[in-house]
Design a protein around this ligand. Structure first.
Ligand SMILES: Nc1nc2c(ncn2[C@@H]2O[C@H](COP(=O)(O)OP(=O)(O)OP(=O)(O)O)[C@@H](O)[C@H]2O)c(=O)[nH]1
Ligand SMILES: [Mg+2]
Length: 272
């Protein structure tokens, strides 16, 4: 976790423990997340997931559950950034997942900064399914900071599923909102009753295959230049096929047909 969040400190630790130079050889350097998203597959073993949502929606309870701490009924608002790490078994291989909660004072500030959001593998938006105002907090947040959030793989989590489900005060209900973005519907969990619906697996799954969870489609993960390149590639492909088709057709319908060398269909397509 320290290496992922603050590699300079990790290098300092290695020096302190007497790790021989070059100390950077202890690190496995991964490709930038944007480049991996373009390929649609991540080669990392350690993932960073931001946990965001309204005050009291159950973020800290999720973090505590992840590291096996007991559920507490008393509400203690988070004042400063908190990070936890644990391993997750994905089809026999061990991945590490780091969950971060910012504290309500710093959350919006972090999410509007694309330098900060770009280092997240997943953003999980948490809302309290028993609180009518909880979902509109995250939809406002996503609307306000769409420039830094729209290309990050996303997961919605509905917490406190042990309590009565409340109709959200929002123009569309969460399921419809997610479907409109081409995302999976919110994962319903209850830390209190231990019904976690494999949500930590889901986070790792999204981190490993990020393209399936980009709001509004995988295209969003590309930079404008990369998007232009992919359009040009597609156009030239379509153009190439049409020209070849045209030449074949012209040769086919020409009096001599296919007789002659390979060049007949090329030249014959143009002159006859
Ligand atoms: N019934 C029930 N209560 C829950 C559940 N998860 C969390 N809570 C309660 O909800 C309250 C707030 O939980 P926290 O996890 O501290 O919420 P938070 O989102 O971290 O809050 P902030 O740090 O202030 O943003 C606490 O009193 C928890 O006991 C749940 O699954 N079921
Ligand atoms: Mg908290």
């Amino acid at each position: 976790m320290t290496t992922l969040l603050d590699h300079k400190t990790a290098l300092g630790f290695l020096a302190y423990f007497g790790y021989p130079s070059p100390r950077t050889s202890a690190f496995q350097v991964t490709r930038p997340r944007k480049a991996e998203r373009r390929k649609g597959k991540s080669t990392r073993n350690v993932f960073l997931c931001y946990i965001c949502g309204a005050a009291g929606s159950g973020k800290t309870s999720l973090l505590k559950e992840f590291v096996g701490r007991k559920f507490g009924e008393t509400y203690q608002p988070t004042k400063k950034m908190t990070s936890v790490v644990n391993s997750v078994d994905i089809e026999g291989s061990e991945k590490y997942l780091v969950l971060q909660e910012f504290g309500s004072k710093y959350e919006a500030e972090t999410l509007k900064n694309s330098k900060k959001t770009d280092i997240a593998d997943v953003i999980a938006y948490v809302y309290d399914s028993s609180d009518t105002n909880s979902f509109s907090y995250i939809s406002n947040l996503r609307q306000q900071y769409s420039h830094s959030l729209d290309h990050i793989p996303t997961l919605f989590i509905a917490t406190k599923s042990d309590l009565d489900l409340a109709q959200q005060r929002h123009e569309v209900q969460p399921d419809v909102y997610c479907r409109k973005l081409g995302l999976a519907v919110p994962v319903a969990v209850s830390v209190k009753t231990g019904q976690m619906a494999d949500v930590f697996h889901a986070m790792c799954g999204i981190a490993m295959k990020p393209n399936s969870a980009i709001p509004g489609g995988a295209d969003r993960a590309l930079s404008p230049a990369a998007r232009l390149r992919s359009y040009i590639k597609m156009l030239s492909l379509v153009g190439g096929f049409s020209i070849t088709g045209f030449l074949v057709y012209r040769t086919w319908t020409r009096p001599g047909g296919w007789k002659g060398g390979w060049w007949t269909w090329l030249v014959g397509g143009l002159w006859r």
